[in-house]
Design a protein around this ligand. Structure first.
Ligand code: PAF
Length: 285
């Protein structure tokens, strides 16, 4: 594992591989690595010759009252995991270099700003799209890997990549779950015992909604059943949303019958911790 911080060093390190025609697999992260990241790295390893992982806690995707300062920073542990996963390069840029003094350019993901994470976290996706575009420009990957766990982020990154004509492929890795179904997240470590027990309600609600959709139950009835289950499993959770959406646009769908596939998204707060989860379902199949 070679750790590089300056942008010019990262570019110089990749140049010989690019000249040789090697494929570059890129896994952008904010660190606090878990099995979800490891599974993306393994997917990248299967598909590409050279693997670059970035760790950059991106200030522009956090709102003023969000957890930027408290976001877990576990570099030693992360480096050990990257060595175990046989990663070639760890890119850890400095915020001052990614956003040089006077930086004035931001990508607007306006169509994603009013629903779900976009509505709850103003400018979050502008920050994500801007930093991902900057990282793509530096690393020039052949394939970039993102986790399905952040489904709206996946939709945003795919849209931005298409709109700005980045010559690369976006590949999405499946959500990795604990044995009881809780989706892995860097924020799970902050849950206390009760919150952790209740958090499993998110995936239970999603799986129930999927089961009902596949059994031909209508969207609203399935949604009510899932909400009831969530209240039962997680009485202290504060729900932000539970909806079925078009996987690309993140617009709500009116009924299961109208679509071949859709994503069911859920977000709720457990104390101070906000957790997200989703599943892609195929009610039309
Ligand atoms: O999913 C994340 O960790 C971040 O949003 C990303 C894609 C690395 C951009 O900062």
């Amino acid at each position: 594992l070679r750790t590089l911080r300056p942008i010019h060093e990262m570019r110089a390190a990749l140049q010989p591989h690019q000249k040789e025609g090697a494929t570059i697999g890129f896994v952008p992260t904010m660190g606090a690595l878990h099995e979800g990241h490891a599974s993306l790295i393994r997917l990248a390893r299967m598909k590409c010759d050279v693997i670059v992982v970035s760790i950059f806690v991106n200030p522009t995707q956090f709102g003023p009252n969000e957890d930027y300062d408290a976001y877990p920073r576990t570099l030693d542990e992360d480096s050990r995991k990257l060595i175990d996963e046989n990663v070639d390069f760890l890119f850890m840029p400095d915020a001052k270099e990614i956003y040089p003094s006077g930086a004035s350019t931001s990508i607007s993901m306006a169509n994603f700003a009013t629903e779900f994470e976009g509505a709850i976290r103003p400018h979050h996706f502008d920050g994500v799209a801007t930093v991902v575009a900057a990282l793509f420009n530096i690393v020039s990957p052949t394939i970039a890997f993102f986790g399905q766990k952040d489904a709206q982020q996946v939709a945003v990154v795919k849209r931005m990549t298409r709109d700005l004509h980045f010559p690369l492929e976006i590949m999405v890795g499946p959500t990795i779950r604990e044995a009881d179904g809780l989706a892995l997240s860097s924020r799970n470590r902050f849950l206390n015992g009760t919150e952790r027990q209740e958090a499993v309600g998110l995936s239970k609600a999603l799986f129930l909604m999927e089961k009902q959709a596949l059994a031909g139950v209508g969207l609203e009835v399935a949604r009510s059943a899932a909400l009831e289950l969530l209240t039962h499993c997680a009485p202290s959770a504060v729900l932000d949303y539970l909806e079925a959406v078009d996987s690309e646009t993140f617009r709500k769908i009116g009924s299961f019958e109208a679509v071949e596939t859709c994503t069911i998204v859920i977000a709720a707060r457990f104390g101070k911790i906000r957790l997200l989860d989703n599943i892609v379902i195929r009610p039309g199949k």
